[in-house]
Design a protein around this ligand. Structure first.
Ligand code: TXD
Length: 316
């Protein structure tokens, strides 16, 4: 099998962790691109020099030239500013649109066959813009938000119930904003509904309140980290989440992961990028998984989609 190549556009907080995770898992050779001179070169040298300790053997290159991303199988984009305390993700749209435009041009020119995973915020809008500029098929331009939002929801459930995070299954749908849709009805501990376990613990009324608090915390979880860090936003968790997506693509694992995908009728949405479960394999999004939402879930989804539409339409 030919060696895989992963290019990371943006060598900041998330970019650095992405590079290290690619190396630790030996996903392939890695290029880290940034416009700041020395930054990607320094980080890649640093990571390369512990190969003998961590025992990975991949080529790691830091660069300021798009030429180096030639032949990439997967490109992950984190270029763009992160939030500061008090900011919403949407406040980043103007500055990050400019950055995304130049990044997408570079990918279009030098990695025309790649599958692109966008992480930069505001996520749903940045994926839309990246697809538009590259002109790549929708199946090859996707966004990371749902893997992380779902992991946050699962973490809070595990803490609440005192069970291992490994046994909690939970998913969020919708846009990567305050209106995202944590799916309470489908959250389980190895298949046992979380609501049933909460009801055993607290009784029906209090169980509802406890779940509502976890849903609220999930929706605000990014902001909670921003408020603590003060100088930037979460970076370990978005990096690990995007790596799960990249790994499924590079190894053709066909994992079903919540992915920001272009919808064409699914869940009643057409022509917008929104988070839904998708099968990720060597072709990118190979299938969008549809299932029934009840009236309440559909109403939350509609609200989340309306927020995405408002933002995306403001770019036109
Ligand atoms: O789950 C998610 N999708 C996210 C997204 C979770 C958390 C944070 N998320 C967003 O990712 C965040 O709001 C930002 O928009 C991005 C990147 O976050 P990060 O924390 O890595 O930001 P940094 O450390 O500021 O790094 C950004 C890098 C920095 O090194 C800049 O020099 C570089 O982007 N940059 C560029 N690279 C290439 N090309 C251009 N034009 C460019 N401009 C800046």
């Amino acid at each position: 099998m030919a060696r895989k190549k992963i290019s990371l556009i943006g060598g900041g907080q998330i970019g650095g962790v992405l590079a290290q995770l690619c190396a630790l898992r030996e996903l392939g050779d890695v290029v880290l691109f940034d416009i700041v001179e020395g930054l990607p070169q320094g980080k890649m040298l640093d990571i390369a020099e512990v190969g003998p300790v961590d025992r990975y053997d991949v080529c790691l290159k830091g660069t300021n030239s798009y030429e180096d991303i030639k032949g990439s199988d997967v490109v992950i984009v984190t270029a763009g500013l992160p939030r500061k305390p008090g900011m919403s993700r949407d406040d980043l749209i103007e500055v990050n649109s400019k950055i995304m435009s130049s990044v997408a041009e570079g990918i279009k020119q030098y990695a025309p066959d790649s599958i692109v995973i966008v992480i930069s915020n505001p996520l749903d809008a940045m994926v839309t813009l990246c697809q538009k500029i590259t002109g790549f098929p929708f199946s090859r331009v996707i966004g990371q938000a749902g893997v992380l939002d779902s992991a946050r929801f699962a973490t809070f459930i595990a803490w609440e119930l005192g069970v291992s995070v490994k046994d909690v299954v939970a998913m969020t749908l919708g846009g990567h904003g305050d209106d995202m849709v944590p799916l309470v009805r489908y959250a389980s501990v190895n298949g046992i509904p979380v609501m049933e376990l909460l009801e055993q613990k607290y009784g029906a009324e209090k169980a509802k309140e406890v779940m509502e608090a976890m849903v609220k915390r999930t929706r605000g979880a990014g902001g909670e980290v921003v408020a603590l860090l003060k100088t930037g936003s979460a970076f370990y968790s978005p990096a690990s989440s995007a790596i799960a997506m990249a790994e499924s693509i590079l190894k053709d694992q066909k994992r079903v992961l919540p992915t920001c995908c272009m919808l064409q009728g699914e869940f009643g949405v057409s022509g917008y990028y929104v988070g839904v479960p998708a099968v990720l394999g060597e072709k990118g999004v190979e299938k969008i998984i549809q299932f029934k939402l009840d009236a309440e879930e559909q109403a939350m989804m509609d609200k989340s989609v309306a927020a995405v539409k408002g933002l995306v339409d403001s770019m036109k």
